[in-house]
Design a protein around this ligand. Structure first.
Ligand code: MN
Length: 313
């Protein structure tokens, strides 16, 4: 997916203190014709582990309409993680990949030094679209790697206290994902399928985490969470208490704090304004390669004012 805001400045949500936890609200952002809940980055917190971007969209009624339509656009310095709760999305990229993704499957694109992709609802699609779009910042030693794309049709699952735990990346509750990672991270979906669920979930104490609700509601360490809220859990915690009514779906993301300053602009994750300027010029010059099969032109880069790009601490 692509941020199509002219200048995706970070949110200014107040951060209420809940002991050592932080609860923040999503802001609305536009991705093509869709309005999404942008949960990360925040003004005060730009990344959690290496996770640096969290959008949650839907469920949207896309019956008989275009649905998702994100034209070809570039990425550098990150991985995109595409996860659906309902519907279908067709991915195409400049490596020649073409992959339809369904709920429960993972599309993982490693941009490395540069890739372009397009994402759209296929011409014939389900009436509902619901999903999350996540970015993982690549650590400095890997961020100029060759671009790559992988699809995982099946992911490992485990059960814990009534939750069905699906591990997208990393390892949780005894299940390990085969997805390629470049720093210690975890990403998982926890669903209370059919009945209420309640568990004490072991965490890696060297990870910081965030939790958000994809469907229904849940409580995390007795903090009630609704759709559109993000709860931050600092590192140093060996476990977290989760409780959810039947039908709820919770997402948990975490990792070792990245410890690297990220400069994010448009669809680029870099370190310096010069890198952003170089990537923008390369996109305008058509140097990311073409995305075959997409009907329509690529996304133009928004105007770049490098003086406004600041390097966060
Ligand atoms: Mn994208």
């Amino acid at each position: 997916m692509s941020t199509v805001e002219a200048n995706p400045e970070v949110a200014s949500n107040p951060v209420p203190e809940l002991h050592d936890l932080e609860l923040t609200a999503a802001r609305d952002a536009r991705v093509g014709a869709m309005t999404v809940r942008r949960l990360l980055p925040l003004r005060l917190r730009r990344s959690v582990g290496a996770w640096c971007f969290v959008d949650h969209y839907g469920p949207l009624d896309v019956d008989g309409v275009t649905g998702m339509n994100v034209p070809p656009h570039p990425h550098i310095g990150l991985q995109t993680v595409t996860w659906l709760l309902a519907g279908t999305v067709l991915h195409r990229d400049s490596l020649g990949s073409e992959q339809l993704i369904r709920p429960g499957q993972l599309n993982l694109m490693t941009a490395g030094r540069g890739i372009a992709h397009a994402e759209e609802s296929p011409a014939s699609h389900d009436p509902v679209l619901h999903g999350v779009q996540l970015w993982v910042a690549l650590p400095d030693g890997s961020r100029h790697a060759e671009p790559a794309f992988e699809h995982h049709a099946k992911l490992p699952q485990s059960r814990l206290g009534g939750f069905a735990v699906t591990v997208l990346v990393g390892e949780l509750a005894g299940a390990r994902s085969p997805a390629t990672t470049f720093s210690p991270i975890v990403g998982a979906e926890l669903t209370a399928a059919g009945r209420p669920a309640n568990c004490l979930l072991p965490l890696r104490p060297d990870f910081e985490h965030v939790a958000f609700i994809a469907a229904g509601r849940a409580s995390v360490d007795d903090v009630e969470l609704a759709v559109g809220q993000l709860l931050y859990l600092p590192d140093g915690r060996p476990e977290v208490l989760l409780a959810a009514p039947a039908g709820a779906t919770l997402m948990l993301l975490g990792g070792v704090p990245l410890g690297e300053p990220l400069l994010m602009w448009w669809n680029f994750v870099a370190r310096t304004p010069a890198e952003i300027a170089t990537a923008t010029a390369a996109w305008r010059a058509g140097e990311f390669g073409s995305v075959g099969g997409y009907q329509g032109g690529p996304l133009p880069a928004p105007p770049l004012d490098t003086a406004r790009l600041r390097r966060p601490a």
